[in-house]
Design a protein around this ligand. Sequence first.
Ligand code: GSH
Length: 308
Amino acid sequence: MGGPADTFGANKIQEHVMSDTYVPPKVWKWEQESGGRFASINRPIAGATHDKELPVGKHPFQLYSLATPNGVKVTVMFEELLAAGHSGAEYDAWLINIGDGHQFGSDFVEINPNSKIPALMDRSGPEPVRVFESAAILMHLAEKFDAFLGDPAKRAELLSWIFWQMGSAPYLGGGFGHFYAYAPEKWEYPINRYAMEVKRQLDVLDRHLAENEYMVGDDYTIADMAIWPWYGRLAQGGAYDAGEFLDVQSYKNVQRWTDQIDVRPAVQRGKMVNRTFGKPETQLRERHGASDFKTQTWDKIAPADGDS
Ligand SMILES: N[C@@H](CCC(=O)N[C@@H](CS)C(=O)NCC(=O)O)C(=O)O
C-alpha cells in the first residue's frame, strides 16, 4: 500500500473492485431493503404487523388468497370439486393483496403463521380447522372429498410428484423468476444457475409426460393441479416473460399436457379467482358463488374511477 501509484489511481481501481466484492459481516443485520420488486414486503421477522379482522362468508370453506400460481392451485381444486358434483366444496374466496402487506394482518397470521397465500379455514366441521401451504390444502380437500387422488395403488407416486413440486418451484420462482425478472439488476451468475435448474426441471417433466398422460398415469389428480399453475404457465410463456429465453416450446410433452389441462372449464374458472391483473374480464377478485363468474368480474364491477 502507499506510494505514487496510490495517488494516481491504483487505489481507486482497488476500491472499485472491493466494493463489488461483498464480504459478509460476522452477523447479518437488517439495515436496508434487499432491492427489486417486492423488496418492501420482505422482512427477517415473522408475526403480524397490524390488527386486521378477516371477513367470513356463508360457505363451509373460507379461502384467503391471490391468483399467483400457489393461489391458483387451490381455486382450481375448488372449481374441479364443484364441477365433479361435490356441492359441499362451496367456498368464499377473499382477496389478500400481498403487495399491500395483507398477509401480515393478525387474523391472517392466525391462519398462516408463515404469512403467505393461500390460507384456508375449513369451517365444514364442528370446529374450524386452519390449513396453510398450498399442497397441504390440496391434500386436505382431496382426502376430505376422496377426489382427485388417482389410483390408490399409485399413492406413493402422487405424493412424490406433489412434494417434487413444492421442493422445485422455489427454484423457479424465488430463484429464476427473482433474478431474471425482479432483481434490481441482471446478474449473470444467478440467472445462469437458475435457468439451468429450471430447464432441468422442465426436462424432468417432459420425459415423464412422454410416458404418462398426466403426472400420475391416466388420472388427472392434485399432482397436476399443483404442478400446472407453475410449469404450465411457464410453458405458455406467461411466467416472467421467459418463454423464449428458456425455449419452452421445445418441451413438447409439457406443451401437450399444458394445453390438455388449460381447456378444462374448472381450470379456466380457477385461474380467474382472486385475480387482480390481466384483462378485466378475467379478474374475479372475490368469489362467493358460481354465478359470480358471470356477474362479478372486474369489467362489470370496477369503480368508474378505475381504482384497482
Ligand atoms: N410454500 C408456500 C408458498 C406460498 C407463497 O410463497 N406465497 C406467496 C405468493 S405466491 C406469498 O404469499 N408471498 C407473500 C410474502 O412473501 O410476503 C405454498 O405453497 O403455499
